[in-house]
Design a protein around this ligand. Structure first.
Ligand code: FAD
Length: 399
């Protein structure tokens, strides 16, 4: 591995790889991406692949319009099939406050130029005839939303970045930093093993610590970001929150949109391979990073899914897994440079929608690093907002 890099990216999830690719595309190829595990080992390999512009703030709606456009061209640009399918997102509300939130979001989305429609329950059922609308009071549908298969998206960015000269080092963990004054001068790294990463064997040091000198560090460690930031005495307000998900046996195509119930956090979609992939929120969850599966999730998911689509009662679940959402107090991410150390750039706190945001955020983060300019968006999503109290809440959150 090189002993110095202009930019070190911590985390080879979708955010780190999209940023590295966009840096290299703009000519900054002296980039090292390190990850303590394997590609797709973090949330980027464990998510539902949902991509939507139905949000409740103008910022998120605008960003996601751009991201969807990038998703549409991704296969051709990266020469990899990401199974992008625009079947729309169908949101359901069952309580007066959720219905009101949906109405307000749809009005804003329409002002922003989205073709989202606010629906009566019977209209939702025309889109998904198998749906039970008992208890549903309002729905919304945007036909341009969709789903992708996350793994090839990650692989596509990794390969394209490597082709442009970026070094992507898996099983390489950041264990500390060297600093001088207000700057990071090097990252301290250590090789890891698969057993250690998966915690299948006793955690033990796998190798010697070594240093790579750098000019800039971009923190894309998702739910692990607070623990990495703490190594350089930066306290971040985000925290990990386990989310579980599962996939059924493949069925003949019957479900167009991803269906999301704002009331109990249920969501499900049909992949291009025919499986029904979905999840539901479960409370409480274990503290900290935890990627284990639980039977409580499966029981709640089965109940919620069968309430929404009674015919799902006879379908078998084939696989169950979990990952971590990276939650922030105002449901918006943490991006951009911070005051100290001045060469640390944050790119974390993307909640349960960081996968869909990565295509556009990768571009914006690369621009931020290259130009050293802080755009209005980056000012709004800076860590500093927690000091000034200028928070902007996002309410269209699933799970
Ligand atoms: C069940 C589930 C469903 C979801 N569904 C959706 C969805 O439908 N649509 C959507 O857009 N988003 C969804 N999300 C959220 C989405 O997956 C994340 O927001 C996104 O993948 C975050 O990407 P990331 O690159 O920031 O983090 P990650 O993919 O988690 O990557 C962070 C990487 O940092 C590495 N790392 C950690 N510590 C260190 C260290 N010390 N040194 C080196 N490397 C380190 C980790 O190994 C990891 O690979 C879902 C998440 C979950 C868990």
């Amino acid at each position: 591995m090189r002993s110095r890099a202009r930019v070190v990216v911590i985390g080879a999830g979708i955010m780190g790889l999209a940023t590295a690719y966009n840096l290299a595309k703009r000519g900054v190829t002296d980039v090292l991406v390190v990850d303590r595990g394997y590609l797709c080992g973090g949330a980027s390999g464990r998510n539902g692949g949902g991509v939507r512009a139905q949000f409740s703030t103008e910022t998120n709606i605008g960003l996601m319009r751009e991201s969807i456009a990038i998703c549409r061209d991704f296969a051709a640009e990266m020469r990899i099939n990401v199974w992008f399918r625009q079947g729309g997102y169908l949101f359901l509300a069952r309580t007066p406050d959720k219905a009101r939130a949906l109405e307000e979001s749809v009005a804003l989305q329409n002002r922003c130029g989205l073709s989202t429609r606010l629906l009566e329950p019977w209209e939702a059922q025309r889109i998904v005839p198998e749906l039970s609308i008992e208890g549903v009071t309002r729905a919304s549908f945007n036909p341009d939303d969709g789903v992708v298969f996350p793994w090839p998206f990650v692989w596509g960015y990794a390969k394209a970045a490597r082709d442009l000269g970026v070094e992507v080092a898996t099983f390489t963990e950041v264990v500390g930093f060297e600093t001088r004054g207000n700057r990071i001068t090097a990252v301290k790294l250590r090789p890891t093993t698969l057993g250690e990463v998966n915690r299948h064997e006793e955690v033990r040091p796998a190798g010697e610590v070594f240093s790579v000198a750098c000019d800039e560090v971009i923190l894309c460690a998702g739910a692990w970001s607070p623990q990495v930031a703490a190594m350089v005495n930066v306290a971040l307000p985000n925290h990990p929150h386990r989310h579980e998900i599962c996939s059924t046996e493949p069925l003949k195509p019957w479900l167009g949109p991803l269906v999301a119930d704002l009331t109990d956090g249920l969501y499900f979609s049909q992949s291009m391979r025919g499986e029904i992939v979905g999840g539901v929120s479960v409370d409480p969850v274990p503290e900290g990073i935890d990627q284990q599966s639980s039977s409580a999730f499966l029981a709640k998911y089965a109940r919620s899914l069968v309430r929404a689509v009674p015919r799902m009662a006879t379908v078998k679940v084939l696989r169950q897994w979990a990952g971590c959402y990276d939650l922030t107090p105002d449901s918006n991410p943490l991006v951009g440079r911070i005051a100290e150390p001045e060469n640390l750039v944050l790119a974390c706190g993307f909640m349960g929608h960081g996968f869909m945001m990565a295509p556009v955020m990768g571009r914006l983060l690369a621009e931020h690093v290259i130009t050293q300019q802080t755009s209005e968006l980056f000012a709004r999503w800076s860590l500093d907002r927690y000091r000034t109290g200028r928070l902007l809440h996002e309410s269209m959150i699933i799970g």
